[in-house]
Design a protein around this ligand. Structure first.
Ligand SMILES: [Zn+2]
Length: 57
């Protein structure tokens, strides 16, 4: 058993989506898209996370 492998083997969902923020193509997601929610590419997602962190400032 090698538990450390589980960290790298994240389940990625393959597909063809569009980022609702910048319109970039999204080919894989770390979660299953519900269809209702707007999808964000990695860059936009990261930016949103950073904005949240900046509130601490
Ligand atoms: Zn984007």
């Amino acid at each position: 058993m090698n538990d450390q492998n589980n960290f790298d083997e994240r389940k990625m969902y393959q597909g063809n989506w569009t980022c609702s923020e910048c319109g970039a193509e999204i080919t894989e997601l770390p979660f299953e898209p519900s269809g209702d929610r707007p999808l964000l590419c990695r860059d936009c997602h990261r930016q949103k996370m950073q904005k949240r962190n900046q509130r601490r400032y």
